[in-house]
Design a protein around this ligand. Structure first.
Ligand SMILES: [Zn+2]
Length: 122
């Protein structure tokens, strides 16, 4: 399970790019704010044991430094640049299913039309 801490208020949430219930911060909607997304990704179960995350959340709530690794953040920003935006990639499976089912339907109709045409000619 993917667990993350909101970089804005320290609330625990389900994934780094999920909107926060506590303060409404939505890293995915930040669009090009990749540093915000990188920080969100860093404060997740990808980099910390799940047991560590509430402690990091507490530090954010109390305004203590959480010790961002700047080298790692720069690396994450690069990684995010080469990826589609989280919002887009989250929507993609649905889109491609729609595209493929439309394509499948067209192929089926095409095959049926060809069959009827050949049948009619003979
Ligand atoms: Zn928050």
């Amino acid at each position: 399970m993917n667990v993350a801490v909101c970089v804005g208020c320290g609330e625990t949430k389900e994934g780094p790019f999920e909107p926060c219930d506590g303060c409404g911060l939505d890293p995915a909607r930040g669009g090009t704010d990749r540093m915000l997304q990188a920080r969100s990704l860093w404060l997740s179960s990808r980099f910390f044991a799940e047991g560590m995350l509430p402690e990091l959340g507490r530090r954010i709530r109390e305004g203590e430094p959480v010790g961002y690794d700047l080298g790692m953040l720069a690396q994450l920003v690069e990684e995010l640049k080469t990826q589609k935006l989280p919002t887009i990639s989250r929507a993609a499976p649905g889109c491609s299913i729609l595209t493929w089912s439309l394509l499948g339907m067209m192929l089926t109709l095409g095959a049926a039309a060809a069959f009827l045409y050949l049948h009619w000619r003979s």
